[in-house]
Write a new protein. Structure first.
Length: 74
């Protein structure tokens, strides 16, 4: 789930998504998926890969730099 979330956040950057928007993109069952997405965002935030202002989720500067070094995800 974390990989899916991080991929979506990086590919869609500079757009900032909500938990619900992310859940709809990565899970067919968005109600069950919303809890999993919230947990994944929490973990990614703790690891410094995404920023979350309690409403919108965006990739961190470190995640963007890593994506750049890999040659981009989009």
């Amino acid at each position: 789930m974390e990989r899916s979330i991080l991929t979506q956040v990086l590919v869609l950057h500079p757009a900032q998504l909500t938990i619900l928007e992310l859940a709809l993109r990565v899970e067919s069952d968005w109600e069950a998926g919303q809890d999993a997405v919230e947990r994944a965002v929490r973990e990614l935030s703790r690891d410094g890969l995404v920023t979350c202002d309690c409403r919108r989720i965006a990739p961190s500067r470190a995640a963007l730099r890593f994506e750049e070094l890999l040659g981009g995800m989009s």
